[in-house]
Design a protein around this ligand. Structure first.
Ligand SMILES: [Zn+2]
Length: 114
């Protein structure tokens, strides 16, 4: 018998989804717990990490695996907003490879220099 989350009605058959005793799925539990996170503190820590790896244009600052989907494209957009120079690599579900074929994504998302 299918079980559904009482909040979002996702079925328990969705991969990697668990439903607790109250009938709430892990995605809804995580969403609720976001209120408990100190986002300002996390942002400061994140900015410190970004500053540590920023190369000021001499090299790539970070690697972003890009599948071409909205999530990875958004990540590229965000690192460009931070002024980073990302090395975007083609990402599939199981493998990562540096692939010149993915360069149109780099140009589509924002400026790219090597
Ligand atoms: Zn749910």
């Amino acid at each position: 018998m299918l079980k559904y989350c009482v909040k979002c009605v996702l079925p328990h058959t969705k991969p990697h989804l668990s439903i607790n005793e109250e009938g709430v799925c892990i995605a809804c539990q995580n969403y609720t717990e976001r209120r408990l996170i100190d986002w300002e503190s996390r942002r400061k820590k994140f900015d410190q990490i970004v500053d540590r790896y920023r190369q000021n244009g001499a090299h790539w600052d970070c690697i972003v695996p890009v599948s071409g989907g909205k999530d990875s494209t958004y990540q590229v957009h965000k690192v460009l907003e931070l002024g980073l120079n990302p090395l975007c690599v083609t990402a599939t579900t199981c493998h990562l490879s540096i692939n010149p074929a993915s360069r149109p994504i780099w140009f589509f998302v924002g400026p790219f220099t090597s």
